[in-house]
Design a protein around this ligand. Sequence first.
Ligand code: VG1
Ligand code: CO
Length: 557
Amino acid sequence: IKINTVPTKPIEGQKTGTSGLRKKVKVFMQENYLANWIQALFNSLSPEDYKNGLLVLGGDGRYFNKEASQIIIKIAAGNGVGKVLVGKEGIMSTPAVSAVIRKRKANGGFIMSASHNPGGPDYDWGIKFNYNSGQPAPESITDKIYGNTLSISQIKIADIPDIDLSRLGVTKYGNFIVEVVDPVSDYLELMEHVFDFELIRSLLSRPDFRFIFDAMHAVTGAYAKPIFVDKLGASLDSIANGVPLEDFGHGHPDPNLTYAKDLVNIMYSKNGPDFGAASDGDGDRNMILGRGFFVTPSDSVAIIAANSQGAIPYFKNGPKGLARSMPTSGALDRVAEKLNLPFFEVPTGWKFFGNLMDDGKLSICGEESFGTGSDHIREKDGIWAVLAWLSIIAHRNKDKKPGEKLVSVADVVKEHWATFGRNFFSRYDYEECESEGANKMIEYLRDSISKSKQGDKHGSYVLQYADDFKYTDPVDGSVVTKQGVRFVFTDGSRIIFRLSGTGSAGATVRMYIEQFEPDASKHEMDAQTALKPLIDLAFSLSKLKDFTGREQPTVIT
Ligand code: VG1
Ligand code: CO
């Protein structure tokens, strides 16, 4: 094939955040913007990582993915990649890309998604590179890519026609091959290996159990029917918003109490379904609801871990270890302690779990941001989390006769609290603040932690320590710093502040609040009420309202 060398100039600002490069679509549509980044990526890899190799390509179906697919395929061919395996119509969820990379022993893959950020001509687009065990590229690589975007001078692009992504099959151009694949089949096969589908089917086909899954017009729309309906016997009308759309039906595909309001209303209505779940733009997040009951993501991962061994065949020998991101509540810590399992606390972002998994130290992990997963792949996995919860509920009810009262989602959570205590948790997001004020607030907090000392009294709270989270990877020894300012008190309560690394405009401030409550008589309290004193303390410690000018958060979870 003929390869054209196109001259280009560096473009500012192509620095990867928590999870890939995310910008407004209009930014990505500028001449060579995406092409520069893709070429800079190839310039950052060693040739044996891609020459004549296999790369996977998929995305969440958002606006610009189709054009982007063609650009990525042609630059891959231009740089000597042997084969690109791409999902039909460019669609493949983030967890499915990770699964396909692993199953097909690919060198890596590209994910075209801005995850839970809205899509469409005026909204967001994103690109992320994953490595050969299916995990997001580490910072050592993403920093190199950024460096190369600042010095790039040419793009190597193959002179081949656009690939027809609507038809399954193989196309060859010289030594270069493109294969368009069904985005569901490899992933589904893996799910059937991890879970007992018969057990889940027995629950979903009960007349006294009603299930609803909201795909939010995002990528899991392509997965929900083949998995929940065709394989597991759920009724067709249990799938809401099940068609992936380029603009997610004008929605904000973020499965939380604010943006998945329709599902929340259904679950809190009189005679609502017994189980509700939703997933985000690229299918890696999940929200789990019972009737009139919300499971916080921090509790969810703890409960999955505590119940995994009996209910999920993949964990029949018990999980190897547990981990959570730093701001995630300590509910999981208590499970690890009780089950006597290795436990790790890593910075925000899934890329930090991969090394621990590759090293056999970690099986189940999660983040407070609606991310839950395991070492079956190297990304968080929304549908996996739903299947894990269905397995737990099915396992608890497998001997229940028709008409007998079933153990509900709320029952499982409340039992867990009674055994382990409850970690009240809440996150306040202040989206798209002025960067200047947000940065100044973080500087102010860094300054105040340097002046804080053990024993400092803040009302009834006594400071244990205050720091800016630093993480040393126990496997490769790499160190990351400045991962979040935290105030930890002697009773285990925590106040944490960090700036988002996934936004595409301004600065998003995240404030995380946690307090442990061993007393079961207080477990039914509303989290906002229980946490009120600590939330007030967080405002006064940070002067958040002064620095950001915001009275109210945009989202509370
Ligand atoms: C957010 C979450 C983080 C998550 C990341 C990617 O990052 O807080 O826990 O891993 O999004 O999720 P940040 O830097 O904005 O706080 V997703 O679903 O975009 O891949
Ligand atoms: Co996502």
